[in-house]
Design a protein. Structure first.
Length: 331
């Protein structure tokens, strides 16, 4: 069980990441590669990616077992670009490496690390370089081809929860991060493989929606590190095929044009801003706005102002068109 203890200052400093975190996604995606659950959502991706990974991926999987403690130093620079994160891996101080490897041994009893772990604990530059290079290579194979989809889905989750925060406060956010989450101010409780109390002590909490996250949230173990809570998000089957929507609706694309068909399909995922729909479809914001105007005039999309932005949602007529139904039109 994980218990996160907040103060009033912590709530004021709790925030979401802007987009997916490369090394968090990589570390957790390696768990997904070795698990055999969620075959509908991740099976095709797993079959495509696993054979192409470099042999040195074993260095990462040794430090990040599917069950048990994953070394915190693999995900230290949360929110940074991949290049910055891999450079930080190369420069990890010896004390950080030793502390994390000692924690690994304590929390993963009976699991032995390979012989190169001794050199890693001593701060070996060649070993750190291999780990950083392997992380980059694994990202290029397993995540880079799908990064636009991952980015869209993570940002979509952040947008939905930000709106929930605006309408219902932190109760509407913290209590819905996971089915096991229970928010009883000032403590957030949820399922976790270890019995752990995390005291934020005025530092706030970084909320990190994670595309590859398994069934439970996860966090860094070292209490001295900036607090992060990575939690799972929902997915659509076929996410690894970004163009699947239009393939399923060739007649719709022929009727509306590819751009408007993509926008209508994207709007069916839930209420979204113009910027979010543009990012999801690969259109510029100005082009997305123009096509959304046409869809709204055709009663396929509804739009409403919310403070300084416009929110779009598919209408019943638009849904019927997507589903291939014969809509009942007014006389």
């Amino acid at each position: 069980m994980l218990r996160i203890h907040f103060t009033s200052d912590d709530l004021a400093r709790t925030r979401f990441v802007e987009g997916p975190d490369p090394l968090w996604e990589l570390s957790i995606s390696l768990h997904r590669l070795r698990r055999r659950d969620a075959s509908v959502l991740f099976g095709a991706w797993r079959r495509r990616v696993a054979p192409a990974l470099p042999a040195d991926v074993r260095m990462l999987t040794a430090l990040s077992p599917v069950r048990g403690y994953t070394c915190d130093f693999l995900t230290l620079r949360t929110g940074a670009e991949l290049r910055e994160q891999t450079e930080a891996l190369r420069a990890l101080p010896r004390r950080t490496l030793r502390a994390d490897l000692q924690t690994f041994g304590r929390l993963n009893p009976g699991r032995r690390l390979p012989s190169w772990a001794a050199d890693l604990a001593a701060g070996s530059a060649p070993v750190l370089g291999r780990i950083a290079d392997t992380a980059r290579a694994c990202f290029d194979v397993g995540l880079q081809p799908y990064w636009r989809v991952i980015d869209d889905e993570v940002r979509h989750d952040v947008a939905l929860r930000t709106r929930a925060l605006a309408h219902g406060g932190w109760d509407a956010v913290l209590g819905t991060l996971h089915p096991s989450a229970r928010w009883d101010h000032p403590v957030l409780t949820m399922d976790f493989p270890l019995d752990l109390d995390l005291h934020l002590e005025g530092r706030g909490l970084l909320l990190l929606p994670c595309f590859f996250s398994p069934c439970h949230p996860t966090t860094l173990i070292d209490p001295a590190l900036d607090p992060v809570l990575a939690y799972p998000i929902e997915h659509r089957p076929g996410w690894e095929r970004p163009s699947h929507a239009l393939a399923d609706h060739p007649a719709l694309a022929a009727l509306l044009g590819h751009a408007r068909a993509r926008l209508l399909e994207a709007a069916a995922d839930g209420t979204s801003t113009t910027t979010e729909l543009a990012r999801h479809t690969g259109l510029s914001p100005s082009n997305a706005s123009r096509h959304l105007t046409a869809l709204r005039q055709a009663a396929l999309v509804s739009s409403r102002r919310h403070r300084n932005t416009t929110l779009h949602a598919v209408t019943a007529l638009g849904t019927a068109l997507l589903n291939g139904q014969q809509p009942l039109l007014p006389a």
